[in-house]
Design a protein around this ligand. Structure first.
Ligand SMILES: [Zn+2]
Length: 317
């Protein structure tokens, strides 16, 4: 079994043909391992853009790739993809988070008018895999590649961040360190099915409509953190940011809380996150913000006054 870890660099470009922005791939970088997790081959190709004319300043800064390098590469996406297909063979494709595979699908669709990658048979999201092994559970954050490298104390001195091949090598180091064949197999998906594309292109979102059928009303309660009795809701549910928010009171302890519940809709599950904060803390925080605002406003007024004085002084008599 071969594992192929792919990393892409891309540039956002406006397509006149499609009348929308496309994440145009400018570099492919990958490593291929054997079943003993030794690198047996690497892949690195720059692509001359056909949609965008110039690299965005941010991409240039991030990757240190220049327009000249890309144009002298004299290489197309379709050619690169053919070479990569050979490189991939029937191995398992891994990318750090699904963004790279989604961008690959986007580019493939641009040139071949279909969202299915016919050369892809098995896929695993390496970020999700590492998160699982490291038991990294943060509902609002994902484990970044550099954070993972740091966490595992991997020496990456001779690699440069944000270049495709080096990022692929860094991902490989994390993969090798955290390798568990059984867990990996359970997280590897067959990419030949309709289901796979439905799942991977599904956009995770927070539900903010109370009548949405995915809002599980039976979960919208809170127990008192002190006496564990179910509390009484004191106000209507309102949406604050991504959460349904309401006031709760414990009749035993006579304490008030703000309860927040969010429903994160994923392809095959809805993640519920509940948070309870004592009302006094909320009030304290509101007071602090108010005081800060007033202070800033006062300072602004003072500055304006000084400036006014200066300009009056400068005026010729
Ligand atoms: Zn209580």
């Amino acid at each position: 079994m071969n594992y192929i870890i792919l990393d892409l660099e891309w540039n956002t470009a406006f397509s006149n043909k499609k009348k929308k922005y496309i994440n145009e791939i400018i570099e492919f970088g990958a490593v291929k391992t054997d079943e003993n997790l030794e690198i047996i081959e690497t892949f690195s190709m720059l692509i001359t853009p056909q949609i965008g004319k110039k690299l965005n300043a941010r991409i240039q800064e991030l990757t240190h790739i220049t327009d000249e390098e890309l144009s002298s590469a004299n290489n197309t996406f379709t050619h690169t993809l053919k070479c990569f297909e050979k490189f991939l063979g029937t191995g398992v494709l891994l990318t750090w988070s699904t963004s790279d595979i989604l961008v690959l699908i986007e580019n493939y669709n641009y040139y071949y008018h279909t969202e299915k990658l016919p050369f892809l048979t098995k896929y695993c999201n390496l970020q999700a895999y590492c998160e699982k092994i490291l038991e990294f559970h943060k509902p609002s954050a994902q484990l970044g590649l550099s954070a993972c490298v740091e966490m595992l104390e991997i020496n990456n001195d001779c690699l440069s961040m944000h270049r495709a091949k080096d990022d692929a090598i860094m991902s490989f180091y994390c993969f090798k360190r955290l390798f568990d064949e059984q867990k990996l197999r359970s997280m590897t998906e067959l990419a030949l099915t309709e289901e796979f594309y439905k799942k991977i292109t599904f956009k995770t979102r927070y539900i903010t409509e109370i009548n949405n059928p995915n809002v599980d009303r039976t979960q919208m309660f809170f127990n008192c953190p002190k006496c564990n009795e179910e509390m009484q809701r004191k106000s209507r549910w309102t949406i604050k940011g991504r959460s349904f928010t309401s006031k709760f009171i414990c009749k035993n302890c006579k304490k008030e809380f703000q309860g927040k519940i969010s429903f994160k809709l994923r392809y095959d599950e809805t993640l519920i996150n509940k948070k309870l904060t004592p009302m006094e803390e909320i009030k304290k925080e509101q007071k602090r913000i108010k005081a800060e605002k007033e202070k800033a406003e006062k300072l602004k007024k003072q500055k304006a006054k000084v400036k006014n004085k200066k300009t009056t002084k400068k005026q010729p008599q």
